[in-house]
Design a protein around this ligand. Structure first.
Ligand code: IMP
Length: 480
């Protein structure tokens, strides 16, 4: 046991000093940052791998805004894979493998496929060769038993293009012919890709989106460290996930260190996020094992009871600052995970050394989070729950096996370290992101920082008293 007990602080205990600024407008503040050693984001926001926060819909919107979503792991592998695929296809300028159907299939099958994959059309292919296209409009009023070839637009009436066409040329063709889908066909007539009008429009709508080299949205996925996790990793890599997040409550564990080493040894190239830790020793061990970024946060989460139940944790601002000393020396980015209540907390966490911020509660309760809206006393809510809460453990598919993978629990004796809660419905997550990012830009401007690293360099924290905090909040007025 240590002799003197160090003092630790969190966001509400501090403020940042304003600094002389050369920024002429807040727009000059560049929010680009590292999610991992290799992955760059345009905004420093990451959505939590929780079953009431991040599935494909959330991941798509967050990536369009410039951040990244981590698809949770409390579902069977196939479902997680399907979600990653949906994100990867959401804004794919050139779809390498468009969904295909045989001309001899029944229309009912085409309908099912369109529904299942959420697409409005299928490429009709025989032996790899494009023979037509079937779209929603073709089958809307048709009887299910008819065959695809009877209602499709046949190849002779289709406009197609060569595989190496540029986006601008494709745009011209789509505009000229007033069509929405442009199949790419090689010299032998084989279907090798598809460009759709909607993807081009979306790309122009979200110029800040976080994309991979092929122009697809970025997405990460969570895995555990128990039996079977390598199979999950392998399948996730097959669908081009951009990063694997080892999602364990106590990340400073031999099991996690070994899992990082294993994944890096077998798959080398893939970016791996380790965590969660709250000490520099934790950062050092995970970084030495090969992690490409480390998640910091033991107990700050809004639905978290770890500190109360176990007596363990570190107030988040001190955790980030201490971990950053090591992370800086080892040149590895940190993800500050949990406890963000106000836009100013994002600024404080980045100033303290984090490169990105992971968010649960503020993103739950939006249109993009899983789950439906619940009416209570005339107000609208959604459910948000800790992944180590009792019902999260009970409620999901594969409860027996997958749930127990959650962390260091090896039998059914389970102590909850999280709670279930209602969070107020907030509309689209885009609005939440906009508020956080405009707070960040303003904060950067107060500190004279054009970049996130300048923000860190210019940051000077002061500790404040309870009276100082009360003065910081709106006070002595009647709020509406
Ligand atoms: P929030 O943004 O304050 O709601 O915190 C979200 C973070 O809480 C997540 O990213 C997780 O790291 C953490 N978390 C999720 N579920 C639990 C739990 O059941 N117990 C403790 N922490 C949790």
């Amino acid at each position: 046991m240590n002799g003197e007990i160090p003092y630790a602080l969190t966001f509400d205990d501090v403020l940042l000093l304003p600094r002389r600024s050369s920024l002429k407008s807040r727009k000059e503040a560049n929010t680009q940052t590292q999610f991992t050693k290799k992955i760059v984001l345009n905004i420093p926001l990451v959505s939590s791998p929780m079953d009431t926060v991040t599935e494909d819909k959330m991941a798509i919107t967050i990536a369009r805004k410039g951040g990244i979503g981590v698809i949770h792991r409390y579902i069977p592998i196939e479902k997680q894979i399907e979600m990653v695929k949906r994100v990867k296809r959401a804004e794919n300028i050139v779809i390498d493998e468009p969904y295909r159907i045989s001309p001899d299939e029944r229309i009912s099958v085409a309908k099912e496929m369109m529904e299942k994959y959420g697409v409005s059309g299928l490429m009709v292919v025989r032996g790899g060769e494009l023979v037509g296209i079937i779209t929603h409009r073709d089958i809307q009023f048709e009887t299910d038993s008819r065959r695809v070839y009877e209602v499709m637009t046949p190849k002779k009436r289709l406009i197609t293009a060569k595989p190496n066409i540029s986006i601008d040329e494709a745009k011209d063709i789509l505009r000229q012919h007033k069509i929405e889908k442009l199949p790419l066909v090689d010299d032998s007539g084989k279907l090798v890709g598809l460009i759709t009008a909607i993807d081009i429009i979306k790309r122009e709508m979200y110029p800040e989106a976080a994309r991979d080299r092929k122009g697809r949205l970025l997405v990460a996925a969570a895995v555990g460290v128990r039996e079977g996790y390598l199979k999950r990793v392998k399948e996730l890599l097959e669908v081009d996930v951009d990063a694997i997040v080892i999602d364990v409550a106590h990340g400073h564990m031999d099991l996690v260190i070994n899992a990082i080493k294993q994944i890096k040894r077998i798959y080398g190239d893939i970016e791996v996020v380790g965590g969660n830790v709250a000490t520099p020793e934790g950062v050092e061990d995970l970084a030495s094992a090969g992690a490409d970024s480390v998640r910091v946060g033991i107990g700050p989460g809004s639905i978290c009871t770890t500190r109360i139940v176990t007596g363990v944790g570190v107030p988040q601002l001190t955790a980030i600052m201490k971990c950053y000393e090591k992370a800086k020396a080892m040149d590895i980015p940190l993800i500050a995970d949990g406890g963000i209540r106000f836009p100013g907390d994002v600024v404080k966490a980045l100033a303290a050394g984090a490169s990105t911020i992971m968010i649960g509660r503020l993103f739950a309760g939006t249109d993009e989070s899983p789950g439906s809206i619940i009416l209570r006393n005339g107000r609208r809510y959604k459910i948000y729950r800790g992944m180590a809460s009792f019902y999260a453990r009970l409620g999901k598919e594969e409860a027996e096996r997958e749930m127990l993978e959650l962390d260091d629990i090896t039998d059914y004796a389970f102590t909850a370290e999280g709670v279930e809660a209602f969070v107020e419905y907030r509309g689209s997550v885009e609005e939440v992101v906009n508020r956080l990012i405009s707070g960040l830009r303003a904060g950067m401007s107060y500190l004279g920082a054009k970049t996130i690293s300048e923000l860190r360099r210019n940051a000077m924290f002061i500790r404040i008293s309870d009276a100082g905090w009360r003065e910081s909040l709106p006070h002595d007025i009647e709020m509406e």
